[in-house]
Design a protein around this ligand. Structure first.
Ligand SMILES: Cc1cc2nc3c(=O)[nH]c(=O)nc-3n(C[C@H](O)[C@H](O)[C@H](O)COP(=O)(O)OP(=O)(O)OC[C@H]3O[C@@H](n4cnc5c(N)ncnc54)[C@H](O)[C@@H]3O)c2cc1C
Length: 379
């Protein structure tokens, strides 16, 4: 039987980064993926690195996102150095375009919200916005520049992380998925794979939205897939430096000249097909934001499955089963949260205390909710 210090189920950006961090800390680490690693959400993503909350429910995640963004420059430098591969990191800021008529009020609300959360944001008039990004629609009324935000080529990053993990001593096994956690009384002794068991002192579930299908994991990681459709465009004469947002779409320029446009959020089970309606929505919003894209070639269309949790927040940390940790539920921010997730897991395992406030993200919170609900039921 194979024996490791750490067995990780799932070789996406999260499992790969944890493997890298723990292998570098001197542990014997193995990653098991049911298919070729790095081909699910981490491949399908847009790679925007933005800790700004999309809605009030996500405000509690801002400190975690800020901590992770701050780690990014050093993290990618290390990954690139160890792997010998580039990651397409672009620390160039992002720009959110506003089209509404009452932009003055909207702008001051957005800026106040960001400043209240300790996030840098600058208001821009229409002319300044178009000077920064000439591809913007002339009808844009104002914009918000978030200079600290960035993007990364998530496909390149995931491949580089997996390579760096292996070069640091981690073993990666493809086509060998986890069926269940191997439970012995109140201890997790490793993973039950398709045809064998592997023993490990620590077992980490990082199988994205599929984590819920691993026997024994659903109470801790009740995740579900949130499908996102995307398109990659190429426009020869259109200049775009930063990530551009509108209410309806984002556009992410890559170093190779592609512009990635996305994304839908759909709850359609594990279905990864693109649809005419989904792609039409993305393309028309992309052309509204940057009209020059009407002439762009469509190079690729795809869909991926985000790991969404019941409260849309990540699920991180130890469980009440000894040796079992969860690292999933990163929903729309898994690329952003990769460095901090890897660091947290290392701290839990090696130092047994963590440097950031993570209680809100505990895998035990769903059981508490269930107990609370049971307690309030009439006798
Ligand atoms: C369209 C789209 C756009 C996105 N945009 C952004 C963005 O701009 N910024 C951002 O920060 N985040 C974004 N995200 C979210 C981000 O991509 C995810 O949160 C992140 O990739 C999750 O990584 P992961 O490693 O947990 O999961 P995944 O990448 O899904 O990896 C899970 C791995 O587990 C494997 N697996 C499955 N079942 C098993 C099993 N039983 N045993 C072993 N292995 C198994 C899979 O094969 C896969 O390799 C986006 C996601 C999508 C889909």
């Amino acid at each position: 039987m194979k024996k490791f210090d750490v067995a990780i189920a799932g070789g996406g950006v999260i499992g790969g980064a944890i493997a890298l961090e723990l292998a570098r800390a001197g542990l014997r680490v193995a990653v098991f993926d049911r298919q070729h690693p790095g081909r699910e959400a981490s491949w399908a993503s847009a790679g925007i690195l933005s800790p700004a909350p999309e809605n009030p429910g996500m405000v509690v995640m801002v400190p975690l996102g800020k901590a992770s963004l701050a780690l990014y420059p050093e993290f990618v430098a290390q990954v690139e150095e160890i792997s010998g591969k580039t990651t397409g990191f672009r620390p160039k800021g992002t720009l959110e375009a506003l089209f509404s008529r009452d932009t003055k009020a909207e702008l001051s609300t957005i800026i106040a919200l960001h400043h209240g959360l300790g996030l840098r944001a600058e208001p821009l008039g229409a002319e300044d916005a178009r000077q920064f990004e000439p591809a913007l629609n002339e009808e844009v009324a104002a914009a918000v520049l978030r200079p600290d935000e960035a993007s990364v080529d998530n496909r390149a990053l995931t491949a580089a992380i997996l390579e760096a993990a292996q070069r640091s001593g981690a073993e990666v096994f493809s086509g060998n998925g986890a069926k269940a956690m191997w439970r012995e009384k109140n201890r997790c002794a490793g993973l039950v794979l398709e045809n064998e068991r592997v023993a490990a002192q620590w077992t980490i579930i990082a199988a994205g939205c599929f984590s819920v299908t691993i026997e024994g994991i659903a109470p801790y990681a009740p995740v579900r897939p949130a499908k996102g459709q995307m398109a990659a465009l190429r426009a020869d004469h259109l200049k775009m430096e930063r990530v551009l947002w509108s209410e309806k779409v984002y556009l992410v320029p890559r170093n190779d000249g592609r512009i990635v446009a996305g994304a839908t959020v759909e709850y359609a089970g594990f279905d990864k097909r693109t649809t005419a309606g989904g792609i039409e929505k993305i393309l028309s919003a992309a052309i509204e934001l940057a009209p020059g894209l009407a002439e762009a070639r469509i190079e690729e269309m795809w869909a991926g499955l985000r790991p969404d949790s019941p409260d849309h927040l990540p699920i991180l940390g130890p469980t009440d089963i000894d040796g079992l940790l969860i690292a999933t539920g990163h929903f729309r921010s898994g690329i952003l949260l990769t460095p901090v997730t890897a660091r947290l897991v290392r701290e839990w395992i090696i130092e047994q205390r963590v440097s950031v406030d993570w209680d809100r993200f505990s895998p035990l919170r769903f059981q508490t909710e269930k107990t609370d609900a049971t307690n309030t039921m009439p006798a």
